[in-house]
Design a protein around this ligand. Structure first.
Ligand code: KG4
Length: 340
């Protein structure tokens, strides 16, 4: 039988990525990151769209070359339809439509958040690979989302809890900004926290019901503490940088884990997965492993390459949708937010 080859394309924010999956096994995953935003303290949508325009053809070309396939072997083109930055999504969507038309193959639209969850099913074709079994819980934490998702199948997912204000990544980035660290601050906080005392400072914890999160109070509490201390000692941040990073990191991780624990207990689920850019955080990974040991959870932590935005997760989601004959018509437009 002819193999199923899916080309995945991701362009929802500031990474242009293309990947090839053959019969469920990843053959290539090429990403061009955009350094142009570093000077602005955040992603500039207009610049992101332009950089996607420059990157998309070379990135797709390289993904096909690295996979060792010819473009005529592609069975379908999967692309991120949303949520994300509209200008960025338009580049990937338009390219995917044109490429699918030129190859005369179906088009598969992919929800970016669903793809972060299904990143756990990316196979590199290695022996002893281990995938979650349904149902499982997935903690999806990124710069724009903090959600606890109950995953019943590849296509049946229910958000059981989510942030009512800032996302966990945003909390890291905003606190990092207060300390004068470059954007995105999360990885810097993680690095500096390694030689800090996580109990040096205590911040207010949110009082939120159900499995929902809130990080805006934590961010304000951090800001007020730093402001007050800097008034007393202008060198306070420099002198306490590692401790500040370790303390804010511990607070974020504690908040994330307490709701996840509650959900796992009450929903009676012991398979728990981690997804999204913040899952690169070493303290969060450690907390997952500790919970596995203490509570008997079976935990799934993705490889670093599949935590941030990448096309491998788009291709694997596209693969499952392709097997279900779940295709996208050419009149579909990208969406910036879920349901918009
Ligand atoms: O999923 P992602 O790549 O894209 C967006 O949602 O934009 O997540 C990016 C977020 C940023 O907020 C970044 O600071 C955070 O993930 N992040 C981290 C770490 N690596 C990335 N946060 C804490 N520790 C890290 N090691």
């Amino acid at each position: 039988m002819k193999p199923t080859v899916i080309l995945g394309i991701e362009s929802s924010c500031d990474d242009t990525s293309a990947a090839v999956i053959k019969d469920g096994v990843l053959l290539s995953n090429i990403t061009a990151t955009q350094s142009v935003h570093a000077n602005y303290g955040g992603v500039v949508p207009e610049l992101a769209s332009r950089a996607h325009q420059q990157n998309i053809i070379p990135v797709v070309h390289e993904a096909i070359r690295a996979a060792g396939i010819s473009k005529n072997e592609i069975s379908a083109v999967a692309f991120t339809r949303g949520p994300g930055l509209l200008g960025s999504l338009l580049v990937g969507t338009s390219f995917a439509k044109g490429f699918a038309q030129a190859l005369n193959v179906p088009l598969v639209d992919v929800n970016h958040l669903q793809a972060h969850v299904l990143a756990h099913f990316i196979s590199e074709g290695k022996p002893n690979e281990c995938f979650p079994e349904f149902p499982f819980l997935c903690l999806l934490v990124s710069g724009g989302n903090s959600q606890i998702i109950l995953v019943r199948s590849y296509s049946d997912m229910q958000i059981v809890g989510q942030t009512i204000d800032d996302a966990a990544g945003e909390a890291f980035d905003k606190c990092a900004k207060v300390m004068g660290l470059p954007y995105p601050g999360g990885p810097h906080v993680d690095r500096l926290a390694k030689s800090g005392n996580s109990l040096a400072f205590v911040f207010s914890k949110p009082q939120i019901t159900d499995y929902n999160y809130s990080f805006s109070g934590l961010k304000t509490s951090f800001l007020y503490l730093v402001r007050a201390k800097v008034k007393e000692n202008p060198d306070f941040i420099a002198e306490n940088l590692n401790d500040l990073c370790a303390s804010i990191q511990l607070s974020v991780v504690d908040i994330l884990m307490s709701k996840l624990r509650k959900a796992a207990k009450e929903l009676n689920i012991n398979q728990v997965a981690l997804a999204g850019g913040v899952s690169a955080n070493s303290a969060l990974r450690e907390a997952f492993n500790n919970h596995a040991e203490k509570l008997g959870w079976k935990v799934f932590i993705p490889a670093f390459a599949y935590t941030t935005d990448n096309a491998a997760m788009i291709a694997v989601t596209g693969y499952f949708k392709y097997l279900n004959n779940d295709f996208c018509t050419l009149d579909k437009a990208p969406y910036a937010r879920v349901g918009v």
